[in-house]
Design a protein around this ligand. Structure first.
Ligand code: HEM
Length: 535
């Protein structure tokens, strides 16, 4: 009896030959966009490095220009590397470019078509978008600020507490950022807070996310390159069993959380969605996944943005932006209270720091792929039907035509507008007259743009303002064996869907209080509040 490998090779061979024959008959009149030369059958797959692919795509964009074509074993991959190109196709022609490429493992087996980020652009996707929409508007986001205010107070409290406990050994700020964001989003979604960041729900949620990053990786599963392999029986397709196990892990987490939310005495997204007309007749598991993915999508992204903010602080803060921000905070806020959302119109510089963080180190550095089912033309090139279309995030955020010069450096000033007599802030306090209307490409494009971006912006503002107000940060606890201080390199990062700075483990960063926060803890308005949180 032929073995698994023989079946696999036979199936692959048939698919590749069919693709080749089809491509010979369908010759478009316009050329494909330029790109590195593909080889027969596998195309450009072998030229993509195993690690830091986004950096290679950035270098290629310098050689091949704003639109590139790669062949992933015959599957066209179009890469957009300037803001103009991404805007023209993904924003302006969004009716054609809002689909997602098919991911058999992560999208169909592990999440059974219910992952919002991976859903094809169809009626069911739009139903879910409609169900979420009222909870994610600017007005809705403005209502969540008291919760973000509270969570950011606990953040300071936790950092201070750890400083008291470990002193010179450093502070695990990643954990505290993660707890604050997770607690915000779990409270909104399900009506319960996460006070330690070690709760079982969060641990399971983090495992689900790690599995999503792993199973969704390009090349991780052969079935993603050759979806017809999924027709193989289970005993020849080992990924199916793995998919079932991962689905069960995720189902239990999301359904458990949904039930908790619905039985909670407090208002939350779960209750609101369940009562919506869109949810009428929707299976419990589908509603649970909608909420669960919303929580997953918000957690890592916002936490990582704050991690990069600390890296920028350590590696480029001495160039003046930290001092400038702290002087502004001292003028506007003083030292007897914490900055709050009411101060935000006067603290546009803090929002400029948040925007610059998302530009300087885009959280999803390789971009989130879109997909088009219809063929198209752009800049004199042919875009084939069924192309994956990737906004090359690292290149786009370095587009000098949009963001000005010195793009590799952290310069919040690039976001500041000329002084204007007509002051205007939105209802969340974001000062629209003091800040330039530059594109926030870190949140993606078109109809698939990040739906949680307003909540995220509020979270970044309050946490960055309060961290800058409270602390000075230094890198590098002394390494006991060598006696040298640990150096932080601003490009040192992990691989994966979101890109974390390295190292982000404990004992690497020192946070020094700017004020005598110990005495404030007894008498200060805000830290007394923080004590209430802990009770
Ligand atoms: C700094 C924080 C964040 C960043 C940088 C970020 C970034 C992104 C990006 C790049 C996308 C893909 C857009 C595209 O395909 O063009 C996305 C999608 C998404 N984000 Fe965010 N995000 C953040 C926070 C959040 C938060 C707090 C939530 C939830 C409250 C959220 C929920 C979502 C959802 C549900 C999607 C899927 C949208 C779709 O495919 O239709 N995100 N985000």
């Amino acid at each position: 009896m032929p073995g698994f490998a023989t079946y696999l090779l036979g199936a692959l061979g048939a698919i590749v030959i069919a693709r080749l024959v089809l491509s010979l008959f369908k010759r478009p009149s316009l050329p494909l966009p330029p790109g590195p030369k593909p080889v027969p059958l596998i195309g450009n797959i072998h030229q993509l490095p195993k690690s830091l692919q986004w950096l290679e795509l950035y270098h290629w964009s310098k050689k091949y220009g704003p639109i590139m074509h790669l062949s992933m074993a015959g599957q066209p991959l179009i890469i957009l590397s300037t803001h103009q190109a991404a805007h023209d196709l993904l924003n302006r022609r969004s009716s054609r470019y809002s689909d997602r490429p098919r991911l058999v493992m992560a999208g169909e087996l592990v999440t059974k078509g219910m992952h919002m980020l991976l859903r094809p652009y169809n009626g069911q996707y739009r139903l879910h978008q409609k169900m979420e929409a009222p909870l994610l508007t600017l007005r809705a986001a403005s209502n969540y600020r008291p919760l973000q205010d509270l969570e950011s107070q606990q953040l300071l409290w936790d950092v201070l507490g750890e400083w008291d406990k470990f002193g010179e050994k450093g502070v695990d700020f990643h954990h505290h950022f993660e707890r604050a964001m997770a607690s915000t989003i779990y409270c909104l979604n399900y009506g319960y807070r996460l006070q330690t960041g070690y709760e079982k729900e969060l641990m399971d949620g983090k495992r689900v996310q790690a599995e999503f990053a792993r199973t969704g990786q390009v090349g991780a599963y052969i079935v993603d390159s050759f979806p017809s392999l999924n027709h193989l029986p289970k005993f020849l397709a080992p990924w199916k069993k793995e998919g079932e196990e991962l689905f069960e892990l995720e189902r239990q987490l999301h359904v458990g959380n949904l039930r908790k939310g619905l039985s909670s005495g407090k208002w939350n997204f779960a209750k609101h969605m369940k009562a919506s007309s869109e949810a009428a007749g929707m299976p419990e598991v589908e509603l649970a996944f909608d909420l669960g993915i919303l929580a997953d999508a918000g957690l890592d992204t916002s936490t990582v943005a704050l991690d990069w903010f600390i890296v920028a602080w350590i590696t480029s803060g001495s160039r003046g932006w930290v001092k400038k921000a702290q002087q502004l905070l001292d003028e506007v806020v003083g030292k007897d209270r914490l900055p709050n959302f009411e101060d935000r119109p006067k603290l546009a510089y803090i929002d400029a720091i948040a925007s610059e963080t998302l530009r300087w180190r885009p959280v999803v550095v390789q971009g989130v792929p879109h997909f088009t089912k219809t063929e198209d033309e752009y800049m004199g090139y042919h875009i084939p039907a069924n192309s994956t279309v990737l906004p090359n995030a690292f290149a786009i955020t370095r587009d000098e035509a949009v963001f000005g010069g010195d793009v590799d450096n952290f310069i919040p000033e690039r976001w500041l507008a000329e002084e204007s007599a007509n002051e205007h802030s939105d209802i969340c306090g974001f000062n629209t007259s003091a800040l330039k209307d530059l594109p926030h490409t870190g949140f993606g494009f078109g109809r698939r743009i990040c739906t949680g971006r307003l909540i995220a912006r509020n979270q970044l503002f309050i946490q960055m303002a309060r961290m800058l107000w409270s602390f000075d940060v230094e890198a590098g606890v002394v390494d006991e064996s060598t006696g040298a201080r640990h150096k932080v390199h601003d490009m040192d990062c992990t691989e994966g869907f979101v890109t974390l700075p390295k190292p982000f483990r404990m004992n690497e960063y020192l946070f020094f209080s700017r004020w005598d926060l110990t005495s404030q803890r007894k008498v200060g308005r805000n830290l007394v509040l923080a004590e209430t949180i802990h009770r």
